[in-house]
Design a protein around this ligand. Structure first.
Ligand code: C2E
Ligand code: CA
Ligand code: CA
Length: 638
C-alpha cells in the first residue's frame, strides 16, 4: 500500500516507504518537497487532483490498469481532500493499493457468472429462482420467452399473477398458456434452495415442456381407441366406456352388414372402405348424441343407447331400412343388406348385452328376419347347447355316460321279454341330461360312433351277467343312422357280442325308418351283414317317418316298434286305432313282431293285448332303471 499527501500545488508533504520505493527513491525524505513533475510518472494526475480539491468530492475506489516494465498490473486509488479551519484546501491525502490478485479473482468470478448465465440461457426448459415472497431472484431466457417478459419486468418482481396459484413443492404437471397463447404441458419440479448456512434461500422452479410427449401419447390413444377408417370407437374402448355409464337401462344393437366380402371382391378394397365409412357416417347421423357407436369387426357395428325410451324393435327396423338405402360411392351406387340383433339391459353390462345381441342376430339370420329382439329362453338353450357340446367329448372319453334299462314285456304271458338300453349323462353340474338333448350333439360333433361303442360295451357286459340267470333275455340297443355309415359297424358289433359271449339272436338293434330309406351302399352293406350275422333288427319309432313297407320283407326286420304317439292316441282317436290295428295285422302277415312303446295306462295295455300286439314297453311297467335296480326287480341278481 502506498500512502502520500500533497499540498494544493502538488508538492509532496508526506509519503510512506512503499511510495518512495515506487518512485525510485531510497527514503521517503528524498520525495518530500518534490512535485510529480520530478517523479517518473510526471503530471499525469495533476488535473484530477485539482478537480478533487476544487469540488471537495473525494475519489474512492478508482481502479486502473497500469503498464509496468515487466507486466501490467491493477491499482485501486482513494484520494481525499483535506481542508483547514477556514475551509481552504491545504492537502490531498491518497492511498493506492495494488489489487492484482483481487482483480484476477473478480475477473474469474465474472467469467464464471457469465458462463453460468450462458449455460442457464442455453437450457431450453424454463428455470426461475424466487424468494419466499415470490420475487424472482433469477431466471433463464427460456423462462422469459415462455412468459413473453423482459428480464427487467421479472427480476425482483413478483410475477405470481402470471402463474397458476399454489404450485406445491415437488413434482407436478400443469397445462399453461405460453406467451403466444398456446397451451403447453409442463412438468414442474419445485425445490427449496439452501444458502451457505443451510437456511432456505428461495424456491427453484424447473419446468420441462412435455407438450410433444403428451401430444404423441394422445395420438397413440386415439389410434388405440378409435377405428382409423370410420372414426368410431374400437370394441375394447366401447366396452370400457360403457362401464362408466352406470346401471341405467340401455339397448344394444348389433348391426351386421351382409355380403361384404362380395362387395370387396366386386368393387375393390378402396371403394369398400369408403362404403364402410359412409355407413358409419349414416349411423352417426341416425343415432342420438348420447349413443356409443363402435366398429366391432370389419363389417359389424354396435350401438349402445342409454335410456332408449322408445320401443327398440321399431326403432331398429327404421334404422335398418335407412341403412339399406343405396350409397353413392364415387360412380357406384351400392346397396347393403343389414341384419340387426337387439338386446336390452343395463348400460354398464355392455359385454353381456353384446353376447345377447349376437345370439339375437344369429337367430334373425336363421329366420331371415332383419331386426330381432333377444330371446332369453332361446339364449339359455343356446348357452346350454354350447356347454354340453364343450363337455361331451370328455364325458364320452371318461365313460361318464351310463346305461339304464327299460323292461319290454311279452304281452301274451305278461312277463319280461327283454330290456331296452337307454343312455344317460349324469352331468356333474347340470344334473341328468336326456339323450334327446345330447344324442343330436354327439351326432353333430362326430362322436356318435364312440358313444355307441361305449353303450354297446356296457350293454353286452350287463346282458352277459343277466343271461347267466336268464339265458333267453333280449337286449335292445339303439343305433344312430350315422353309425350305419361306418363300414366296420357289423364287425364291431360282432366282436363285442363275441367278447362277452352273447348270442347274436339275443341282441336287437334298433334303427329308425330313415336308415332304411337312405340308398347309401355302406348302409345296405351293414344292414345285410348284421342280419346275416344273426342279429335282430327293430324299426324304432315306426309310423313317424316315411318308411316304405316294401323294405320290410327284404330286410328281414324282426320287430316294429310302434311310436308312442300311436299308443297315446289309441283310445281317443278312431283313425289311430285303425292304423295300429292294420300295422299289427300287416306285421304279422310278414312275420314281424310288434312292440308298442309308451304304454302308460291299463286301458292301453288291455287294448293292445287284445289287438294282438306282441310286446309292450312303457311307464306302466317301469321307467328305465339303473342295472342293479333292474336286476333286483326282475330276479336277475344285482
Ligand atoms: P327311443 O328309442 O324311442 O326310446 C324310448 C324313449 O321313450 C326313452 O326316452 C324312454 O325313456 C321313453 N319312454 C319309455 N316309456 C315311456 C312312456 O310310457 N311314456 C313316455 N312319455 N316316454 C316313455 P329316452 O331314454 O329319453 O331316450 C330318448 C331317445 O334317445 C331314444 O328314443 C333314442 O332315440 C335315443 N337314445 C337313447 N339312448 C340311446 C343310445 O344309446 N344310442 C342312440 N343312438 N340313441 C339313444
Ligand atoms: Ca329305441
Ligand atoms: Ca322309440
Amino acid at each position: 500500500m502506498t500512502i502520500f499527501c500533497r499540498d494544493p500545488a502538488g508538492r509532496y508533504l508526506l509519503v510512506n516507504r512503499q511510495f518512495a520505493r515506487h518512485a525510485g527513491a531510497a527514503h521517503p525524505n528524498e520525495i518530500v518537497g518534490k512535485t510529480d513533475g520530478e517523479l517518473p510518472w510526471g503530471d499525469l494526475f495533476r488535473e484530477e487532483d485539482d478537480q478533487i480539491l476544487a469540488s471537495g468530492h473525494p475519489l474512492l475506489h478508482q481502479q486502473q490498469l497500469c503498464h509496468g516494465e515487466e507486466s501490467d498490473y491493477w491499482i485501486e486509488t482513494h484520494k481525499v481532500p483535506l481542508y483547514d479551519e477556514l475551509g481552504d484546501p491545504f492537502a490531498l491525502f491518497g492511498v493506492v493499493n495494488e489489487i492484482g490478485q483481487h482483480k484476477a479473482l473478480e475477473q474469474t468470478f465474472k467469467q464464471q457468472q457469465l458462463l453460468q448465465r450462458r449455460l442457464l440461457d442455453a437450457i431450453p426448459d424454463p428455470i426461475r429462482l424466487e424468494d419466499h415472497d415470490g420475487r424472482v431472484l433469477d431466471c433463464n431466457q427460456a423462462f422469459l420467452d415462455f412468459m413473453g417478459l423482459q428480464a427487467s419486468e421479472v427480476l425482483g418482481h413478483n410475477i405470481g399473477q402470471h402463474l397458476p396459484p399454489q404450485m406445491p413443492m415437488g413434482r407436478g404437471e400443469y397445462c399453461l398458456l405460453d406467451a403466444r397463447g398456446q397451451g403447453r404441458h409442463l412438468e414442474i419440479i419445485r425445490v427449496e434452495v439452501p444458502d451457505d448456512n443451510g437456511l432456505s434461500l428461495g424456491v427453484l422452479t424447473l419446468s420441462r415442456d412435455i407438450t410433444g410427449l403428451r401430444t404423441t401419447q394422445a395420438q397413440l390413444q386415439q389410434e388405440q381407441h378409435y377405428d382409423s377408417l370410420t372414426g368410431l370407437l374400437k370394441l375394447s374402448h366401447f366396452l370400457q366406456t360403457s362401464r362408466h355409464l352406470g346401471g341405467r337401462p340401455a339397448g344394444l344393437l348389433l348391426i351386421d352388414l351382409q355380403h361384404f366380402r362380395e362387395i370387396n371382391d366386386r368393387f375393390g378394397i378402396r371403394i369398400a372402405d369408403r362404403l364402410l365409412s359412409q355407413v358409419a357416417q349414416r349411423l352417426q347421423r341416425l343415432t342420438p348424441a348420447n349413443a356409443l357407436l363402435c366398429r366391432v369387426a370389419a363389417d359389424d357395428f354396435a350401438l349402445l343407447l342409454p335410456e332408449p325410451g322408445k320401443p327398440l324393435l321399431e326403432w331398429s327396423q327404421r334404422l335398418q331400412e335407412e341403412l339399406m338405402a343405396p350409397y353413392q360411392v364415387e360412380e357406384h351406387r351400392i346397396q347393403v343388406t343389414a341384419f340387426l340383433g337387439i338386446a336390452q339391459g343395463r348400460a354398464n353390462d355392455a359385454e353381456r348385452l353384446l353376447g345377447h345381441a349376437e345370439a339375437a342376430l344369429a337367430e334373425g339370420k336363421r329366420l331371415q328376419q332383419h331386426s330381432t329382439l333377444f330371446d332369453p329362453l332361446l339364449y339359455q338353450q343356446l348357452q346350454r347347447r354350447k356347454r354340453l357340446s364343450a363337455d361331451l367329448p370328455q364325458a364320452i372319453r371318461s365313460a361318464e355316460l351310463v346305461a339304464v334299462y327299460q323292461p319290454i314285456i311279452c304281452a301274451r304271458q305278461d312277463k319280461l321279454h327283454g330290456a331296452e338300453l337307454l343312455c344317460r349323462w349324469p352331468h356333474p353340474q347340470l344334473g341328468m341330461i336326456s339323450p334327446d338333448e345330447f344324442i343330436p350333439l354327439a351326432e353333430e360333433l362326430g362322436l356318435i360312433g364312440r358313444l355307441g361303442d361305449l353303450m354297446l360295451e356296457q350293454g353286452c357286459a350287463q346282458l352277459a351277467r343277466w343271461q347267466a340267470v336268464w339265458p333267453s333275455l333280449m337286449l335292445s340297443v339303439n343305433l344312430s343312422p350315422l353309425q350305419f355309415r361306418d363300414p366296420g359297424l357289423c364287425d364291431h358289433v360282432q366282436a363285442c357280442a363275441r367278447r362277452h359271449g352273447i348270442a347274436p339272436a339275443t341282441l336287437e338293434l334298433e334303427i329308425t325308418e330313415g336308415v332304411l330309406m337312405e340308398n347309401a351302399d355302406e348302409i345296405e352293406q351293414n344292414l345285410s351283414s348284421l342280419i346275416r350275422a344273426g342279429f335282430q333288427l327293430a324299426i324304432d319309432d315306426f309310423g313317424t317317418g316315411y318308411c316304405s313297407l316294401a323294405y320290410l320283407p327284404r330286410l328281414e326286420v324282426a320287430t316294429l316298434k310302434l311310436d308312442r304317439s300311436f299308443t297315446r292316441d289309441l283310445v281317443s282317436n278312431g283313425a289311430t286305432t285303425a292304423i295300429v290295428r292294420s300295422v299289427i295285422g300287416l306285421g304279422h302277415e310278414l312275420g314281424i313282431q310288434i312292440t308298442a312303446e309308451g304304454v302308460e295306462t291299463q286301458e292301453q295295455h288291455r287294448w293292445l293285448s287284445e289287438a294282438g300286439c306282441d310286446r309292450l314297453q312303457g311307464y306302466l311297467f317301469s321307467r328305465p332303471l339303473p342295472p342293479d335296480e333292474f336286476g333286483r326287480s326282475y330276479g336277475l341278481g344285482d
